[in-house]
Design a protein around this ligand. Structure first.
Ligand SMILES: NC(=O)C1=CN([C@@H]2O[C@H](COP(=O)(O)OP(=O)(O)OC[C@H]3O[C@@H](n4cnc5c(N)ncnc54)[C@H](OP(=O)(O)O)[C@@H]3O)[C@@H](O)[C@H]2O)C=CC1
Ligand SMILES: O=C(O)C1=N[C@H](C(=O)O)C[C@H](O)C1
Length: 253
C-alpha cells in the first residue's frame, strides 16, 4: 500500500521541499496554505480536515497559531501528525498531548539527525559539567524571515542541558541580554539570537569555564535535510500506535 502524505503549509519555504520528498518516497495527496498557492500539480485543500480525509499522514510546517486547530482536526479524523512547526506555547503543547491520546504524533523542532544527536550530547554534558564551573550558552542564527525566537531547536537544546542538570529551563533561562545585566549567575542557560540573510539554520552550544571550553555546532546547509527527515519520520509514524513521539524514538537514539 502506498502511503498518502499531506502537507500543511505546502506553499512555504519548507512546504516546497516536503512536497518533493513526499512525492519521491510515497504518494503526495496535496496540501493546504492560506493563500491557495503551492507546487504545480499538487492538489490544494481548503482546510486541514479536507486534507486529512485524503491523507494517511499529515506533515505540518506552518505557524504556531494553527496548532490547536490542527490538533483537534487531526484527532477527529484519526490522522497521524508529523509536527515541525515551532514557536508555540503551553496551551498548544496541551492540545498536542490531548490529541496524542487518539493519534500518533511526532513533534520535533528539528528533523535533522545531527541536531538530535546534539540534543543527547547536550543532556550528557549538562549532567557531567558542574553549573558553577561551566557556563552554558546557546547561539542560534537564522534567515531574516524567521518569525519566532529563540528557535525551537535552541529551546530544545536548552531543555536538554536543563534536564541533564536536573532543573527546569524556565527557572534558569536568560534570553537576549541587553543593558546593565549585572554579572552572570551560576546555572543560567543563556540564549543569543541572530537574524539575517538566508541562513538556513545554525545552532551552537558552549560550555565555557575559566580554563577550558567545549562547543558543539550544527549547521543545516539545505532545507531538504529537514524535509527528508520529516518524510522518513512520517513513514515510520504511520505504523505506530497513538502517542506522542520524538525524533529520538524514530532514530532509536
Ligand atoms: N522542525 C524542523 O525541522 C523545522 C521547522 N521549521 C518550522 O516550520 C514552520 C514553517 O517554516 P517555513 O516553511 O520557513 O515558513 P513559511 O512562512 O515559509 O511557510 C508557512 C506555511 O504555512 C502556511 N500557513 C498557514 N497558516 C499560517 C499562519 N497563520 N501564519 C503563517 N503561515 C501560515 C503558509 O501559507 P501561505 O504561504 O499561504 O501564507 C505557508 O504555506 C516554522 O514554524 C519553522 O520554525 C522550519 C524548518 C525546519
Ligand atoms: O524557521 C526555520 O527556518 C527553522 N526553524 C526550526 C527551529 O525553530 O528550530 C529549525 C531550523 O533551524 C529552521
Amino acid at each position: 500500500m502506498t502511503i498518502r502524505i499531506g502537507i500543511a503549509g505546502i506553499s512555504g519555504r519548507m512546504g516546497i521541499y516536503l512536497a518533493e520528498e513526499a512525492a519521491a518516497a510515497a504518494s503526495l495527496s496535496g496540501g493546504t496554505s492560506r493563500s491557495g498557492h503551492g507546487p504545480e500539480g499538487a492538489p490544494h485543500f481548503s482546510d486541514i480536515t479536507a486534507l486529512a480525509r485524503e491523507s494517511d499522514v499529515v506533515i505540518d510546517f506552518t505557524h504556531a497559531s494553527t496548532v490547536r486547530e490542527h490538533a483537534a482536526a487531526l484527532a477527529a479524523t484519526e490522522t497521524p501528525w508529523v509536527l515541525g512547526t515551532t514557536g508555540y506555547g503551553e496551551a498548544e503543547q496541551k492540545a498536542i498531548e490531548d490529541a496524542a491520546k487518539t493519534i500518533p504524533i511526532i513533534a520535533s523542532p528539528n528533523f535533522c539527525t545531527g541536531v538530535n544527536l546534539l540534543l543527547l550530547l547536550a543532556e550528557k554534558l549538562g549532567h557531567a559539567l558542574p553549573p558553577h564551573q561551566y557556563d552554558a550558552e546557546i547561539l542560534e542564527m537564522h534567515h531574516r524571515q524567521k518569525v519566532d525566537a529563540p528557535s525551537g531547536t535552541a529551546l530544545a537544546i536548552g531543555r536538554a542541558v536543563a534536564q541533564g542538570r536536573g532543573v527546569k529551563l524556565e527557572d534558569v533561562i536568560v534570553s537576549g541580554r541587553d543593558g546593565h545585566t549585572g554579572p552572570r549567575k551560576d546555572g543560567e542557560i543563556g540564549f543569543a539570537t541572530l537574524r539575517g540573510g538566508q541562513i538556513i539554520g545554525s545552532h551552537s552550544l558552549l560550555f565555557t569555564a575559566g580554563d577550558e571550553q567545549i562547543s558543539l555546532t550544527h549547521h543545516a546547509f539545505d532545507r531538504r535535510v529537514f524535509a527528508s527527515g520529516a518524510v522518513r519520520a512520517a513513514l515510520w509514524l504511520h505504523a505506530q500506535p497513538a502517542g506522542l513521539y520524538a525524533m529520538r524514538d524514530f532514530l532509536r537514539l
